[in-house]
Design a protein around this ligand. Structure first.
Ligand SMILES: Cc1ncc(COP(=O)(O)O)c(C=O)c1O
Length: 350
């Protein structure tokens, strides 16, 4: 049996080779990662490199403690994973049986569909409608009623918007199934759904160290849920998928969250500036509470993305067949990188 595959953009090395550039000149506007370098990590990695002959502790108790302290919960509410991605795949494995129904609000993060297909469950898609792509709460409530699992991406990737808390709570209340609330970008909105896991027995919140914490290369995420959900997820978790170096880095970042908060502050400021520049180039910029901006570019979207790619600027494109075929998504990066994007865009659009 073959499953749908996650489609990645080409690597920076491939793009640099095609554009005749040095890989350092390639700027990724497609991954929603942090523009901040991780120099602070060097000493931690050197120290951890002395112990690489041993496996990481399979229970990941220290990492669970650091997450629990950061989230204000007990450790029995925490499951670590090799990125939120691993936890999405594990959630499907733990909570979906073949033939059962999972619901999502499209367009959304592609891995929910893939994770659902891998366990041979059925996906029901509720479409958000252009041009605003607001959250279709009424249709979601109907679809959620007899679903085994509801995938909710809040705030939404790729839309940048989000349902209200009242909408989310209505969906949790409407279903006997599990609601997986993927809050990969929550630090940018200041939302914290951790206290909800004690209120709702059927809520699993996913978080990541990849976005606001700037540790995408380390591959660490975590799930928050009541102890029954935690035990079920732990039951399907591989023993050592998070490297010991990544554990050390995640613990250090969680124990000094002010660094993350200041990075989030500067990204939010830069988001306003970049949105202004994109609007100034004639693009329709959708409101965003995340570290990326979704823009309507029109039928030229594919050509514009190619022009940018030829200058080493990689942006997120979408299938022509879907509702976002005429849109591009841009990660907010450093002011210098964003200026490079804006001037290249102007050349492409003129
Ligand atoms: C909504 C969403 N969930 C999960 C992920 C993956 O997170 P991680 O790097 O922790 O696997 C992403 C990455 O883009 C995302 O946008």
């Amino acid at each position: 049996m073959r499953f749908p595959k996650y489609e990645w953009q080409p690597t920076s090395v491939e793009i640099a080779a095609a554009a005749g550039l040095d890989p350092d000149q390639v700027e990724r506007f497609d991954h929603n990662t942090s523009p901040q370098s991780t120099e602070w990590a060097a000493d931690i990695v050197v120290e951890g490199s002395m112990r690489l002959n041993e496996y990481p502790a399979a229970s990941y108790l220290e990492l669970r403690r650091a997450v629990a302290d950061f989230a204000g919960l007990d450790t029995d509410r925490v499951v670590p994973g090799a990125g939120a991605d691993e936890l999405i795949l594990l959630a499907a494995r733990a909570f979906l049986d073949p033939g059962q129904k999972a619901v999502l609000n499209a367009p959304t993060y592609p891995l929910y569909r893939i994770a659902t297909a891998q366990v041979r469950s059925e996906i029901v898609e509720v479409e958000a409608k252009p041009p605003e792509f607001g959250f279709p709460v009424d249709e979601m409530l109907v679809a959620a009623r007899d679903a085994e699992l509801v995938w909710l991406c809040v705030p939404s990737n790729p839309l940048g918007n989000r349902p209200t808390d009242a909408d989310i709570e209505a969906i949790i209340a409407a279903t006997d199934g599990l609601v997986v609330l993927d809050a990969a970008y929550a630090e940018f909105t200041g939302d914290d759904w951790a206290p909800w896991v004690d209120r709702y027995h059927n809520l699993l919140v996913l978080r990541t160290m990849s976005k606001a914490f700037g540790l995408a290369g380390a591959r660490v995420g975590y799930a928050l849920g009541n102890p029954d959900l935690v035990n079920a997820l732990d039951g399907v978790r591989p023993p050592g998928s998070i490297s010991s170096l990544s554990v050390d880095l995640a613990i250090a970042a969680l124990q000094a969250p002010d660094h993350m908060r200041s990075v989030v502050g500067s990204i939010r400021e830069e988001r306003v500036r970049l949105a202004g520049g994109l609007q100034g180039s004639g693009l329709r910029v959708l409101p965003s509470s995340t570290n990326f901006l979704l823009c309507e570019v029109g039928r030229r979207a594919g050509r514009v993305a190619e022009d940018l790619m030829s200058e080493g600027l990689v942006v997120r494109t979408f299938s022509d067949a879907g509702p976002l075929g005429t849109y591009l998504r841009f990660t907010v990066r450093s002011p210098r990188a964003d200026d490079r994007l804006l001037s290249a865009l102007q050349r492409s659009l003129s």
